[in-house]
Design a protein around this ligand. Structure first.
Ligand SMILES: C[S@@+](CC[C@H](N)C(=O)[O-])C[C@H]1O[C@@H](n2cnc3c(N)ncnc32)[C@H](O)[C@@H]1O
Length: 367
């Protein structure tokens, strides 16, 4: 085992031993010491609890859930302890110390509906099939996409985190092109563009196997991108998904008007499914989750932007461009709604708004 001390932490209703390399609740954790544990990802894990409970509630069969890159095992052990229904959990991490700590944490929680592997996730996925697969790597999940889309059952879920935001958001465009075969865009909508590039990549991988993707809860934060996608079998599902996979001109993204560069290919379809988000939000009141205020706020915004078009304006950038003082968000939303356009806030930034109104109309509302 690791020489350092373990601390007992509590997330949801589950207590676990972890190595607390980092105590701040914000930003990425340090990677050198394993097993890895990042307290700032509690919200990310709380969302996992709700999404998997939603899957269980909507499923008529036994559900097999995989926490593929488990570290301390906190996500999988929480799922085993906090979900209700007919399910089992598999936890996997190839690291020796993680494997030992996961077993210690399973014993601590007296869990029985759980199995542990110490395998390379790619080869595990090629041998076994799951209804829900979680991929939470250091950096990019792209290396596991092919195996995950082959492993997941029809109507199953692939959930993944990407922390390589510098590549996805256009700080290192060549890295993004090598990794995702897509050109990113550095600008106000860069986090949403990064999320859409990641989804585009998953869409492409799934389509090879005549499978389509249905993103139903996707979001970004400053240091990661997170997506939940349902996989559907069949050529028509794959064709429908590929119809949403395309490149665009940078000038078609708000506030990048003069730029003729190509962006993508990326996913241009919906990022959220309103009904799923509403059902998932209802489940939050049935669970003990410490990040509930943040969770409500996030789910409210995701629901609000579910029917809005891709990309967004930011009030600050637009007022600098137009050289006018910034109106309030309330004013913008009311004015655009009164003119009959779709308008919503975005979870990506508090000053952002999405609309199908042309730039001329948006400019009018600002003046
Ligand atoms: C970011 S950590 C996982 C964090 C964890 N999911 C959580 O919520 O705290 C990534 C883990 O993936 C493991 N890992 C990386 N590549 C792997 C592979 N190919 N197969 C299995 N485990 C792998 C590492 O040992 C590390 O523990």
């Amino acid at each position: 085992m690791n020489d350092g001390p373990t601390d007992l932490v509590k997330e949801g209703t589950t207590e676990l031993f972890v190595y607390t390399n980092k105590t701040s609740v914000k930003g990425p954790s340090v990677r050198e010491k394993t097993p890895f544990y990042n307290p700032s990802m509690e919200l990310n894990r709380d969302v996992s609890i709700l999404v998997n409970q939603w899957l269980l509630n909507t499923s008529t069969k036994h559900v097999h859930i995989l926490d593929g890159l488990a570290a301390s095992g906190i996500r999988g052990i929480r799922l085993a302890h906090e979900l209700s229904g007919d399910f089992e959990i598999t936890i996997n991490d190839w690291n020796d110390q993680s494997f030992a700590l996961i077993q210690q944490n399973i014993q601590k929680n007296l869990l029985e509906n759980i199995s542990v592997f110490q395998r390379d996730l790619g080869s595990l996925l090629l041998e076994r099939r799951y209804h829900s697969i979680d991929i939470d790597p250091f950096g990019s999940p792209v290396y596991f996409f092919d195996a995950a889309v082959r492993s997941v059952y029809n109507k199953g879920i692939i959930a993944c985190t990407a922390t390589d935001t510098a590549a996805l958001c256009g700080v290192f465009p060549q890295v993004c092109f090598r990794r995702y075969a897509a050109w990113p865009l550095h600008g106000p909508s860069m986090h949403e563009t990064g999320l859409r590039i990641l989804l585009g990549c998953l869409c492409r991988e799934a389509a090879k196997y005549d499978r389509g993707i249905e993103p139903f809860l996707c979001y970004t934060t400053d240091h990661y991108v997170r997506l939940y996608v349902q996989i559907h079998n069949g050529k028509s599902a794959a064709n429908a998904s590929m119809a949403q996979y395309s490149s665009i001109m940078a000038r078609d993204v708000p506030l990048s008007q003069e730029n003729t560069d190509l962006v993508g290919p990326l996913w241009l379809g919906s990022l959220q499914k309103k009904t799923a988000i509403q059902e998932i939000r209802t489940l939050a009141s049935t669970k003990e989750l410490h990040t509930k205020p943040l969770l409500w706020k996030l789910l409210d915004l995701l629901e609000e932007e579910a029917d809005a078009p891709p990309f967004f304006y930011t009030i600050n950038d637009l007022s600098s461009l137009l050289k006018v003082s910034p109106p309030t968000m309330k004013h913008i939303v009311e004015q655009l709604k009164n003119k009959g356009f779709i308008v919503s806030r975005t979870h990506c930034t508090p000053t952002g708004f999405k609309t199908n109104a042309p730039l001329g109309v948006v400019t009018e509302v600002f003046k």
